[in-house]
Every structure is written in structure tokens, then in C-alpha cells.
Design a protein around this ligand. Structure first.
Ligand code: SAH
Length: 341
């Protein structure tokens, strides 16, 4: 549901101001449709069904992992694929991984989403509807913008979504935006009132290697990105999480760990090492290599953890989103192409 459209529609219809709030709260608490909203007049509910779509997304498919992870594939009204993932942890955390774009214009070499054709920025309603989908079955309490797309390239809609998330059960402090290092977005988030967490996908401390595996580094070099993250820390006094995907014999040596430790201030940064999830391009680092890398960081006083891999069996793990959707879209494109071409 698009709360802004809801507010406009009800105001135009001359409804009292509390109505929009009433309807939105039902949706935010997991109502499955307008007909559940028992304190909203039936005639108005009927009207809303046509004027404000209950969801902007159509659920195409849902996959359930053995570890409790759920991946949902949606389609927008204009046929774009969008994926979102629910992760359930033993400690009670229920974390949603949301997409901010359909596809991604950046071409990080290890990420499946980057190989998919870029669609467009998602609207705030489309981002929110991913969360509301899972809210209908679960008491979600964390959100990470680590799904498809680069959230900083669609920051106004991401922030608009964040503003609505507390009603869904997710506070700003339990919301994190992950970026490749899109500097204008980092600065904008630092200037924002909401205490949202920042995560940086770093992946190589050496500029040349980083440019090779993440071409966006040519536009925003790591040294400048880290300066922006330092500014974020100064403004918000919140630690920045570093994501570092472990690619065998590419960025996983002790020398790479030392380079990483050299550029990160332990006061500002905490490192999350991510086991590589197969997307065809690389091999993942063996467990022992990841542990050695972690030990080197710790020797330098950095806090480091190894990310638990979840949902790999349903292609829902980091970097795996849209592998299947991309295949489906390519097939559709082929069908849509003129037969004579
Ligand atoms: N564009 C933003 C948001 C996506 S977050 C960003 O890159 O930060 C998705 C995270 O998964 C990023 O840290 C990304 O680098 C990581 N990732 C991508 N492909 C991966 C893979 N194959 N295995 C493990 N992690 C991967």
C-alpha cells in the first residue's frame, strides 16, 4: 500500500484526517485486505479497493529454505521482477532484506543482481509492500536494504519507506542501508534525522583490485568513500558495518586483511566477512582462510564476524537475488521480440 496515495485519496474524498491513519495502521499491522478493517465504513472500503491498490506488487512465487528463510518473488504493475527475503534467527530476530530497485545498474562482478537487466527504481509503495507481505505472517523486527539494487541511488523512496517502518514493527535503529559507496547517498543519510544504520560493501582495500571487482570504484574511489563514512560516523556517532565477500585467491589473503586493517579505524568500523554465495563467477574462500583473515583483522584491533549464510538452497543468500528472475525476463524478451528480427 502506498500511504501517500492513501492520504491524498481520502483527503480528496473529504474524509476526516484520522481515516488515512486508521487504514494505514491496519495494513501496517498485517491486515490481509480492506475487508478486515472493521472500523472503516464498508462503502469506503469498497471505494478504496479500486482507488488505492491494497498492494502494488503481485506475488509470483515463494520459496522456503530448510533454515526458515523465505524468499518472495513479486512483479510490479509494469512487469518488473522484485525479490525480498525474510530471515529468521534463533534469538528471535526476524529480519527482512528489501529491494530498492528492480535489477541494479552497477555491475559488481560477483553479484547475480548486477548481471540482470536493470529495470528501474522502485516506488516507496513498492518497497513498503515487500515488508507488508511478510508482516501478514510474521512479527518482523529488523530491515536491511540489502536486496536487489543500490539503495543510495533511490534514497528518497528508501527514506520514505523507512519513515513508515516503525508502524510495521521496525524501528529506525533496527534498519540498515547498505551501499557500494555511493557518496552523495552516504552524505544524505548522515544529514537525515532518522538514526538509520549504514553498511558499506567494501570487498577490497586496494583501489585497483576494488575497481576490478566493483567498477563503481572508478567513480567513487574507496579513499573518498571512507572519508564519507567517517563523516557519517562524526554526524551520527554510530558504527559503520563493513561487508567483505570472501573470494578465493582474489581478496582473501593475509596481505588483503592487513590492507583492510590499515584503512579502517576500529572505533568507527566493524567488519562482517561474507562467505561467497555461488553465482558462477568465483570460488568461495575455504573456511580456514576466512578464519585466518578474521584473525589478522582482530590482531589489528578490529571487530570482525563471519556472516551466517542463510537461504542458499533457495538462491536467497547475499548476491543471489534475481538469478532466476533474470532468466525468466530474458525468456520473455525473446518471446516479445519480432519473429523476423
Ligand atoms: N547495492 C548495495 C545493496 C545490496 S547489498 C550494496 O552492494 O551494498 C548485497 C550484499 O551482498 C552486498 O554487500 C554485496 O556485496 C553482497 N554480495 C553480492 N554478491 C554476493 C555473493 N555472490 N556472495 C556473497 N555476498 C554477495
Amino acid at each position: 500500500m502506498d500511504p501517500a496515495l492513501l492520504e491524498r485519496t481520502l483527503a480528496d474524498a473529504g474524509q476526516p484526517a484520522f481515516r488515512a491513519k486508521q487504514v494505514w495502521e491496519w495494513a501496517a499491522r498485517g491486515a490481509k485486505g480492506y475487508d478486515e478493517m472493521s472500523n472503516v465504513p464498508a462503502a469506503l472500503r469498497a471505494e478504496l479497493t479500486t482507488s488505492v491498490p491494497f498492494s502494488s506488487l503481485e506475488l509470483v512465487q515463494e520459496a522456503f529454505s530448510a533454515d526458515g528463510t523465505v524468499k518472495a518473488l513479486f512483479r510490479t504493475h509494469d512487469g518488473r521482477s522484485v525479490e525480498a527475503v525474510l530471515m529468521q534467527y534463533r534469538d528471535g530476530r526476524k529480519s527482512l532484506c528489501l529491494s530498492s530497485q528492480s535489477g541494479c545498474p552497477l555491475t559488481c562482478t560477483f553479484c547475480a543482481t548486477g548481471a540482470m537487466k536493470f529495470g528501474r527504481n522502485l516506488t516507496a509503495g513498492e518497497i513498503l509492500d515487500q515488508a507488508l507481505h511478510f508482516r501478514r505472517e510474521h512479527d518482523v523486527n529488523h530491515v536491511v536494504f540489502m536486496g536487489m539494487g543500490e539503495p543510495m541511488m533511490n534514497l528518497p523512496n528508501v527514506l520514505e519507506t523507512c519513515r513508515r517502518l516503525p508502524a510495521v514493527g521496525v524501528t529506525h535503529r533496527r534498519t540498515a542501508v547498505s551501499t557500494v559507496g555511493w557518496i552523495p547517498g552516504i552524505d544524505a543519510l548522515a544529514a537525515e534525522d532518522m538514526p538509520i544504520r549504514l553498511a558499506l560493501s567494501l570487498h577490497a582495500a586496494d583501489e585497483e583490485l576494488r575497481s576490478q571487482i566493483m567498477p563503481v570504484n572508478d567513480r567513487y574511489p574507496l579513499s573518498e568513500v571512507l572519508a564519507a563514512c567517517d563523516r557519517f560516523y562524526e554526524a551520527k556517532k554510530r558504527q559503520v558495518f563493513i561487508e567483505y565477500v570472501m573470494l578465493r585467491d582474489v581478496n582473501d589473503g593475509a596481505v588483503h586483511a592487513r590492507q583492510l586493517a590499515d584503512v579502517l579505524d576500529p572505533k568507527i568500523y566493524k567488519v562482517n566477512l561474507i562467505p561467497y554465495n555461488p553465482t558462477g563467477m568465483y570460488d568461495g574462500s575455504p573456511r580456514a582462510v576466512i578464519e585466518r583473515f578474521k584473525a589478522v583483522l582482530e590482531e589489528h584491533g578490529l571487530r570482525a564476524t563471519v556472516r551466517m549464510t542463510m537461504g542458499r538452497d533457495i538462491d536467497a543468500a547475499c548476491g543471489q537475488l534475481a538469478a532466476k528472475a533474470a532468466v525468466a525476463e530474458t525468456a520473455e524478451d525473446a518471446e516479445a521480440a519480432p519473429a523476423t528480427s
